[in-house]
Design a binder for this molecule. Structure first.
Ligand code: FES
Ligand code: FES
Length: 197
């Protein structure tokens, strides 16, 4: 007997998607396998590591602990929804690059999404608050010093600009876009800022 399917409609990175999914399809699997948005990584698959973090209606959540059918009607942002349309990195991504906040890059999409949510809620966070706020994301490479420095740098960028870190970056307001944006060739480095499977 075939499995019963349920209709789900979601907006992901600004695009409307409709699909029929089994009730037990995890949101992480829905994003990666049904929508082919493989920037969202899956590590532990039981809510511990934070690699699968995405924004659900602006709030960071573990997509491995969420059923796709339960987010019907929601707006989702994944790491693919951060960089500007021309590829210019979102300031949080740029800060991870500037501060060497990634090594293998596996944890990076979840770190970046958590940082976006954290900075939006805590624009004035100091180093201790950032450490506590990012504690739910694990890095197997233990690159925490660079990660925390990146979140601190990005927080300063958003404090200065007043922009919402949960929104797609606009290259027209980015001083980096005038200087080459440091984007070219990133995919080829395997740096893991969002395009790595
Ligand atoms: S894969 Fe979801 S928390 Fe680890
Ligand atoms: S950079 Fe390798 S797991 Fe964090």
């Amino acid at each position: 007997m075939s499995e019963e399917l349920f209709e789900v409609t979601v907006t992901v990175n600004g695009a409307l998607h409709r699909a029929a999914v089994p009730a037990r399809r995890l949101l992480s699997d829905f994003l990666r396998h049904d929508l082919r948005l493989t920037g969202t990584h899956v590590g532990c698959e039981h809510g511990v590591c934070g690699a699968c973090t995405i924004l659900l209606d602006g709030l960071p959540i573990r997509s491995c602990l969420t059923f796709a059918v339960s987010v019907d009607g929601a707006a989702i942002t994944t790491v693919e929804g951060l960089a500007a349309e021309d590829g210019t990195l979102h300031p949080v991504q740029a800060a991870f690059q500037d501060c060497h906040g990634l090594q293998c890059g596996f944890c990076t999409p979840g770190m970046v999404m958590s940082a976006c949510g954290f900075i939006a809620d805590h624009p004035d966070a100091d180093a201790d608050a950032i450490r506590e706020g990012m504690a739910g994301n694990l890095c197997r490479c233990t690159g925490y010093a660079g990660i925390l420095a990146a979140v601190e740098q990005a927080g300063g960028t958003f404090r200065a600009s007043g922009a919402d870190p949960r929104e797609r970056h606009s290259a027209s307001t980015d001083e980096r876009s005038g200087g080459g944006g440091a984007v070219v060739g990133l995919e080829g480095t395997g740096a893991g800022l969002g395009d790595q499977e």
